[in-house]
Design a binder for this molecule. Structure first.
Ligand code: 5GP
Length: 120
């Protein structure tokens, strides 16, 4: 089933967002509720629900690599490549995935603390 999400509407241009990068595979835009001074979402142009939905095909594996590569480009565009940044990908409810459309969060622009300080 092709669920319609807000990210579908952002990618199609029906809903406004601050797009920082776009190519034939991905669109990257500012998160509406940023958790850090830089908070960009990198989203495939073609719908994929989450990491569980990735197929064992060359196209989809290339896409995943491309998404991460584009994060490194955006980090340079945002000039946080030297200070540092973090990539986060949530999958399903224990990770708190809110939008059922595959995406990477690129966060940075301030010290982010230890990712591993999480409660049991
Ligand atoms: P998730 O929890 O699914 O990994 O992250 C979804 C992200 O999408 C959240 O950080 C949330 O702030 C962001 N978001 C939700 N709705 C919108 C929207 O309408 N526009 C933008 N730009 N970001 C959104």
């Amino acid at each position: 089933m092709n669920e319609r999400t807000i990210f579908h509407e952002i990618i199609s241009g029906e809903v406004n967002s601050k797009v920082v990068y776009r190519d034939h595979l991905v669109t990257a835009f500012e998160d509406i509720r940023p958790k850090s001074p830089v908070h960009i979402l990198i989203v495939p142009n073609k719908y994929i629900k989450n990491l569980n939905s990735i197929k064992d095909t060359e196209n989809q594996k290339v896409l995943l690599g491309h998404m991460i590569f584009i994060c490194s480009k955006i980090a340079k565009i945002k000039k946080i490549q030297d200070t540092g940044y973090r990539l986060v990908m949530n999958c399903n409810k224990d990770a708190g995935q809110e939008i059922d459309y595959l995406h990477i969060h690129l966060v940075g622009g301030k010290p982010l603390g230890s990712f591993l300080e999480m409660k049991k």
